[in-house]
Design a protein around this ligand. Sequence first.
Ligand code: SAM
Length: 164
Amino acid sequence: MVRLNEIRAGEVAVVEPTKRDAGLIYIGRINTPWSDRLVCPRQGRPDGPLCRIEVFEPWVAALDGLDAYDRIEVLYWLDASRRDLVRQSPANNGITLGTFALRSPVRPNPIGTSIATLIAIEGHKLMVRGLDCLDGTPLLDLKPDRSLFTPIAPPQPGDYETDI
Ligand code: SAM
């Protein structure tokens, strides 16, 4: 795994496609205590430092109801990551694994996700614990933790399909 965009022994980079398939909207910004990737937690922890998520307009209205959940899923764009490695060496020892077998920030679409403890929502700001990103990391999405969420929309036939 790359920590500061270096390539380690055994790691494999590819030529990044220039064509993009989708556009993203940064819906906010995440404020954390970390300005250095080498100090940032590798994974957030529920009792980690308090972090602030700022949601931009016109998306603030979309926060309505989120305060019903003690835990939320936060998706963010790991904007300082390189995106071209297909094999990575997390221990920097020449032993590599495929990028999709890792939670490294280096991936073709550098999306980070964390389950965060929701402490408070104050207007357009959320206070959470459990993040692992740099201060200023762009926010992509917020959702209730899947394990706390029951669909509100009526069931559809596919909900009952099994393959057994
Ligand atoms: N929890 C997320 C996940 O599993 O999808 C992210 C895990 S990733 C291993 C966390 C690491 O990404 C941090 O330790 C830091 O080195 C790096 N990182 C954090 N913010 C970043 C950013 N904005 N750009 C690039 N790398 C970042």
